[in-house]
Design a protein around this ligand. Structure first.
Ligand SMILES: Nc1ncnc2c1ncn2[C@@H]1O[C@H](COP(=O)(O)OP(=O)(O)OP(=O)(O)O)[C@@H](O)[C@H]1O
Ligand SMILES: [Mg+2]
Length: 617
């Protein structure tokens, strides 16, 4: 497997290049002026040798000194203007390629933030990073410099050839004969450059992924004393990247001299036969000299052609990788709803929303072929999709608190994921205030929900910024209030700059429980009508969890809450409890009812008490 099949369909190279065209559109005038400058510069450059030809022949014919000087001045002026035009072309076309790179990056990022959870379950951060950096710059090189040199090559070669034909058609034919091999070389090697460059970029993605995972998980690496093993694994990837690059370099190494050889062959033939023509008097001395210069003028663009092909092939390979992200379908979750939720009129009316599941069955979309992780591919090849949730129904009235308990892997997180539509169920319906969530605009739905995921994820900003994330200029009192409900007051007070204390990457300088409470405060600060807590307090001790949940109950005042917890004891105050087992509801009722039942819930409760006793001992 060469390319990493990220998600979107792989498009053929010519289509990938075509998809780049719209990006030129805003800069079409710069491109037009830039390319005109290229052509004009090539034209002027091709005039210089013919002026020289005239000069040489004039000197031999014994022309006046003034005429020769005039020719010299004309040559200098032409060369100067040509140089000036080349400066303009670089400025404009390279500038455009930088703009295109920026626009593409913007689109890529905008796409990345809309892709759903299923896509991220398959994607690798490092691989995405590689596409955002290396691949983008390969596309830039193709979009700007390569196009510029290509046009320069074609125009330069064309003009040089016309001038050569004017000097001697037969000599031109002879000089160009070896160059017939060019298209063959270009097509043969070009495709292989494309293939090998794709491998290089994929390898780079693996390398970045590894580095990123290891650095993020450096604590785990150290704790398991895997420094050497990880370094070795990293080196192996580095070696693979090196090998891929060397193979590419070999190709490029063949390509440029190959082109030069074909051009040089023409030169050698010309000197021999041209000399003959000169002696026979069919060509003037000036013509012979000029012909030689035209030939070198032709040689350089041809060498550049090898290089340009190389750049364009790389750009196409990278553009394909970029399109895999840009074309990634927004998968299961389609944001096409237009329904509206009922307004809450009275200030004191219950501030929550009802949540209902009707016969919901769900399975996670199967991870597709990854390219970057063989382990994952093998695993997905053997495991058939299975139901994570099966036939779940419940009705949670406005202001109610529903608790979901169950063993690890029983489907608690999956159930919560369906409410903000991180995924859609394959069967059944999820309703909010009686409206199918699929008929609501995603933004409307998600604005109602404060979701605290199982893994608290904080940004490397201040604590206050983390709590106020997504709010326009939140008041400090507002942030403090949210922090208060999340039992963060003391923690914040103890921080060096209070709410303004900057956090390390992913909040590394907070404890697990503190992080969870910041994440909880973040959800509460938005005053959501529906609060989802996914084992959001697993890292705090049992007493604090109970205290927070108790405080929360008063603070939420009529809002609706769905809470999952590992600890059966934590859900004592919930209005209704669902006990999940392998994705099915096996028991439900209030805490007291379930205890009286003496079934699954009681088992969970006893197991937890036992664990706590062991921990305490
Ligand atoms: N992104 C995913 N893709 C495929 N399967 C998944 C994914 N996430 C979870 N699963 C599987 O779905 C099942 C239910 O997982 P879920 O996360 O809902 O369990 P949970 O009850 O929240 O467990 P825990 O108490 O450990 O958080 C598990 O068997 C898990 O392996
Ligand atoms: Mg979970």
């Amino acid at each position: 497997m060469t390319a990493s099949k990220h998600t979107g369909p792989t498009v053929p190279p010519h289509q990938a290049i075509r998809r780049l065209l719209p990006y030129y559109h805003p800069y079409r005038w710069q491109v037009a002026v830039g390319l005109s400058a290229v052509v004009l510069a090539a034209l002027l450059a091709s005039i210089v040798p013919s002026l020289l030809q005239r000069g040489v022949d004039a000197i031999r014919a014994g022309a006046a000194r003034g005429d020769i000087l005039q020719l010299g001045a004309l040559m200098t002026a032409t060369a100067l203007v040509s140089g000036g035009l080349r400066f303009v072309m670089r400025l404009l076309l390279n500038g455009v390629s930088r703009h295109i790179e920026t626009d593409l990056r913007h689109d890529l990022f905008a796409r990345l933030v809309t892709l759903d959870a299923a896509w991220y379950a398959r994607g690798r951060t490092g691989d995405v990073m590689a596409r955002l950096t290396n691949d983008l710059s390969a596309v830039r090189m193709g979009a700007g410099p390569a196009v510029m040199y290509l046009v320069n090559t074609i125009a330069g070669a064309l003009f040089a050839m016309i001038m050569m034909l004017r000097i001697s058609p037969s000599l031109t034919a002879i000089a160009l004969l070896p160059m017939l091999g060019l298209p063959v070389l270009m097509l043969r090697l070009g495709r292989r450059v494309h293939e090998r460059f794709e491998i290089v970029q994929t390898q780079f993605g693996h390398l970045t992924t590894r580095a990123q995972e290891n650095l993020a998980g450096v604590r785990v690496v150290r704790a398991y004393r895997q420094e050497d093993a990880e370094t070795a694994r990293f080196s192996a990837l580095g070696e693979a990247y090196l090998t891929a690059n060397m193979q590419l370099a070999t190709l490029s190494g063949i390509m440029n001299p190959g082109f030069a050889l074909l051009a040089g062959l023409g030169g050698a033939v010309t000197i021999g036969i041209g000399g003959r023509l000169l002696i026979d008097g069919d060509v003037t001395v000036g013509g012979y000299v000029a012909f030689g210069i035209y030939l070198t003028q032709l040689t350089w663009p041809l060498i550049a052609l090898g290089w340009t092909t190389n750049l364009l092939q790389r750009a196409a390979a990278s553009m394909i990788r970029i399109l895999e992200i840009l074309d990634a379908p927004p998968l299961a979750v389609i944001d096409a709803g237009t329904a509206a939720l009922p307004d809450h009129v009275a200030e004191n009316a219950p501030a929550g929303r009802a949540v209902e599941f009707r016969g919901v069955s769900f399975q996670y979309p199967a991870p597709r072929d990854h390219g970057t992780a063989t382990e994952l591919t093998e695993e997905s090849a053997t495991s058939a999709p299975r139901w994570v949730l099966r036939n779940i129904s419940f009705h949670l009235p406005v202001g109610g608190t529903l608790a979901i308990v169950g063993a690890t892997g029983s489907g608690k997180s999956a159930l919560l994921d369906l409410i903000p539509r991180l995924f859609d169920p394959q069967e059944g319906q999820v309703l909010v205030d009686g409206i199918d969530v699929r008929t609501l605009p995603l933004a409307t739905l998600r604005a109602e929900i404060g979701y605290v995921p199982q893994e608290a994820l904080l940004f490397s900003e201040s604590v206050g910024d983390n709590i106020g994330y997504g709010l326009d200029a939140p008041e400090r009192t507002h942030l403090h209030a949210a922090a208060g409900i999340a039992q963060l007051r003391e923690t914040v007070a103890a921080l060096p700059d209070g709410l303004d204390t900057r956090l390390g990457e992913r909040g590394i300088n907070l404890s697990g429980g503190q992080k969870q409470r910041v994440a909880l405060a973040r959800a509460l600060a938005r005053h959501p009508r529906i609060v989802l807590l996914d084992d959001a307090l697993s890292a705090v001790d049992t007493q604090t969890e109970a205290a927070i949940l108790h405080e929360l109950r008063t603070a939420l005042r009529g809002r609706t809450a769905v809470i999952t917890s590992h600890r059966a004891s934590a859900v004592r105050e919930a209005d209704h409890i669902l006990v999940l087992d392998h994705g099915r509801i096996v028991e439900q009722g209030t805490h007291d009812q379930l205890v009286a039942l003496g079934g699954r819930f009681t088992q969970l409760l006893q197991r937890q008490q036992l664990l706590e006793a062991i921990e305490a001992a």
